[in-house]
Ligand binder design. Structure first.
Ligand code: MF3
Ligand code: CO
Length: 252
């Protein structure tokens, strides 16, 4: 079911989003070679709990962690673990914050130390692809406009867009209607309406788009071993245009 949100509800989701954005900024400061994704997991749990928020992913459909931590060729749903991150790794931290029953979802990719030129370019293009998608999240547009903008840009830069995982509506629960593919045809798909709140979360690979699932039943990685990055925001469609509920820029 597709539930449109009032401005009052969107404001509540933005409060969750502010905490999430601040958590990402704090993680960015902590990231350096030697830190583990288990450290980031523990930091995140404490950060949220100090602010009266809870990690919605923990316990979601049997997922055991507050964060997903996906390194290098891992696309999404990597488990936090005790292996130290190395200089040049890229890691995507994804989390969903619950504040008073309202959710926000945001993933961010980081370079550990300095990234190779190839990895840094992937990060730059993936982030820009997210914002190209967000620009299309406006009243009267179509779902396909979002995916089309992302796909055209990312493929034009020589990369591919993951097909097996898509963005989604979000509100009091993580996954609501509609699905938001990061590929598509302009002018096609559901019409975008005021009050929709969506995640836009393109996963971009340096190689092909195919993914394979690890034996743990969760972690997806690129089939060809190429690098993958992801930036995700929770975005409300308002009469004044897209409103990013997980924005970090104003905190910098
Ligand atoms: N945050 C994810 C998303 O962007 C959802 C993670 S599902 C979980 O859609 F089970 F891993 F928590
Ligand atoms: Co997410």
């Amino acid at each position: 079911m597709l539930q449109l949100k009032s401005m009052n509800e969107i404001a509540k989701m933005k409060e969750a989003g502010e905490i999430l954005a601040a958590c990402h900024q704090a993680i960015k400061k902590k990231l350096q070679p030697g830190i583990t994704t288990a450290d980031i997991e523990a930091f995140t749990e404490a950060f949220l709990s100090e602010r009266g928020a809870t990690p919605e992913q923990k316990g979601y459909q049997g997922y055991e962690y507050a964060t997903c931590a996906s390194v290098n060729d891992e696309i999404c749903h990597g488990f936090p673990r005790n292996e130290p991150l190395k200089k040049g790794d890229i890691v995507t931290i994804d989390m969903v914050v619950n504040l008073n029953g309202w959710l926000a979802d945001s993933a961010w990719s980081y370079a550990v130390g300095t990234a190779s030129e190839q990895a840094q370019n992937l990060l730059d293009v993936s982030k820009e692809a997210l914002y190209k998608g967000i620009e299309q999240a406006k009243v009267g547009g179509r779902i396909g406009d979002i995916g089309h903008a992302i796909q055209t840009y990312a493929e034009g830069e020589g990369y591919s867009v993951v097909r097996d995982f898509v963005g989604h509506g979000i509100g009091p629960s993580i996954h609501e209607q509609p699905q938001v593919p990061h590929f598509g045809v302009q002018g096609k798909g559901l019409r975008l309406k005021e009050g929709m709140v969506l995640t836009i979360e393109p996963m971009i690979n340096t190689g092909g788009w195919h993914s394979k699932l690890d034996d743990n039943g969760w972690t997806a990685r690129t089939a060809d071993g190429s690098l993958s990055a992801q930036y995700e925001h929770t975005v409300a469609i308002t009469k004044d245009g897209p409103m990013i509920l997980t924005d970090q820029d104003h905190l910098e």
